[in-house]
Ligand binder design. Structure first.
Ligand SMILES: [Zn+2]
Length: 137
């Protein structure tokens, strides 16, 4: 199964879901091929590129990587078909993030791949109902 998640959720992640860090800052080889370039990350932070431009540039980067490292795309797809993986980045759930672009590309490459959404689900609802018992009198 394929999930996406925020890296900050790592402690809540069940052992059965393998988190795959795809960030420019801390991705681990060989999954660094899925990280956006620093140039793209910085351009986006400085609002020099729009979400649409970011999407086009990152998708093109993935296309190039696919030509060079098809085996790694096949490996990650195979992991998601036979086990559970979560594509992870720093961005909070619900925000524009390249993990969703990669998720879309993987689903185009392998239509059998089912996306189970952001992990954990309904994060904002969970937070809404979370009281601190010590201050709740
Ligand atoms: Zn992100």
């Amino acid at each position: 199964m394929l999930y996406t998640t925020q890296l900050a959720q790592v402690k809540r992640m069940p052992k059965g879901i393998e988190m795959i860090n795809i960030t420019a800052q801390s991705a681990i080889y060989p999954w660094t091929i899925f990280a956006p370039s620093w140039n793209l990350v910085n351009s986006y932070k400085q609002k020099a590129v729009t979400e649409k431009e970011y999407t086009d540039i990152y998708t093109e980067q993935l296309r190039k990587e696919y030509r060079k490292n098809r085996i790694l795309f096949e490996q990650i797809i195979s992991k998601a078909l036979t086990g559970n993986i979560a594509l992870a980045c720093y961005c909070p759930a619900g925000e524009f993030c390249h993990r969703l672009i990669l998720k879309n590309v993987l689903q185009i490459l392998e239509p059998r791949l089912i996306y189970y959404g952001e992990y954990p689900a309904n994060q904002s609802l969970a937070r809404l109902h979370c009281f601190d018992r010590r201050t709740w009198r």
